[in-house]
Write a protein that binds this ligand. Structure first.
Ligand SMILES: Nc1nc2c(c(=O)[nH]1)N[C@@H](CN(C=O)c1ccc(C(=O)N[C@@H](CCC(=O)O)C(=O)O)cc1)CN2
Length: 294
């Protein structure tokens, strides 16, 4: 097999973020306020701290103002709901991001329901998940599925009629991605912890997506010759960031593959920026008198 195409999420992110930066700049030059994103981190999980820092830095580069809330790990659901109610009511905030996972005493479902669907730039609120099912363009698509879709589109990878196999049925990636791939007219299989013969399914994939966080789960003999492999996993092994896919062996068999790092991860952050600007565009159109600079 010849060398695979490396699906470079870092390079595509740079291009898309530059386009967003120019768009934001044009609104601000026309007298509008900057877009605003509230970033809420509860507790001190080291990986979450890194992701939040990356998101805040990325916001700054495209001209989105971020409002950072660092809350104590012992905070109660009701206290977090109060913070969200305040963020829902603030005009200068277009998007609310609650970094997941939350500490175990917090009711994650209640928290997601409390975010106003128009500011739910993570796309996790049932109204936005419903819009994904209903194929309504005005909803927010969760950031990792959105990032994967943009990456596939950029590399002209056709989805219609393709067999897409997703390993991992989590709330953040696997489940919403399955809906998005259906929207794109793919034939979708979702494998999970109770799947009996994982290899039987993965070998049937034209496009294989793994989102489990189990390093090295996807081995060479589980991938069909010429398949496209999207690795969403991020784990640390011996101080190195690795994905779910045994990259060095699998890359010899496939036609295209995402690296870790530098593949889906940066596209997740780009998806968040795109959703925030999408919310901003809509909100400055509907509240243009109150959002114009004096
Ligand atoms: N509210 C949310 N919480 C979480 C989400 C989410 O979409 N919304 N997704 C994941 C983590 N995540 C975003 O928050 C995320 C993970 C990884 C990356 C990334 O850029 N990874 C880099 C490597 C970064 C490193 O140095 O560790 C890469 O792959 O190149 C961005 C975002 C869980 N929580």
């Amino acid at each position: 097999m010849s060398e695979p195409i490396i699906l470079d999420g870092k390079a595509l992110s740079q291009k898309l973020r530059e386009e967003l930066r120019k768009e934001v700049e044009s609104y601000v030059s026309a007298g509008y306020r900057k877009p605003g994103l509230a970033v809420v981190l509860v507790g001190d999980d080291p990986a979450s701290q890194v992701y939040v820092k990356n998101k805040i830095n990325a916001c700054e580069k495209v001209g989105i103002e971020s409002f950072f809330y660092k809350l104590d790990k012992s905070i109660l659901t009701e206290e977090l709901l109060d913070v969200i109610a305040e963020l829902n009511s603030r005009d200068e905030i277009d998007g609310i991001l609650i970094q997941l996972p939350l500490p175990s005493q917090i009711d994650q479902g209640e928290v997601i329901l409390a975010i106003h669907p128009d500011k739910d730039v993570d796309g996790f609120h049932p109204e936005n998940m419903g819009k994904l099912v209903a194929r309504m363009e005005d909803g927010f698509i969760p950031c990792t599925p959105l990032g994967i879709d943009l990456l596939l589109k950029h590399y002209d990878i056709e989805l219609k009629g393709k067999d897409v196999v997703i390993v991992g049925a989590g709330f953040i990636v696997g489940r919403p991605l399955s809906l998005l791939m259906l929207w794109r007219d793919a034939t979708v299989t979702v494998c999970h912890i109770h799947t009996r013969d994982l290899k039987k399914h993965t070998l049937g994939a034209d496009i294989l997506v793994s989102a489990t966080g189990v390093p090295g789960l996807i081995k060479e003999d589980m991938v069909r010759d010429g398949a496209i492999v999207i690795d969403v996993g991020i784990s640390k092994v011996d101080g190195k960031i690795v994905g779910d896919v045994d990259f060095n062996k699998v890359k010899g068999k496939v036609s295209a593959i995402t690296p870790v790092p530098g593949g889906v991860g940066p596209m997740t952050v780009t998806g968040l920026l795109m959703n925030t600007v999408k919310s901003y565009r809509k909100r400055i159109r509907t509240h243009s008198t109150s959002t114009m600079k004096p």
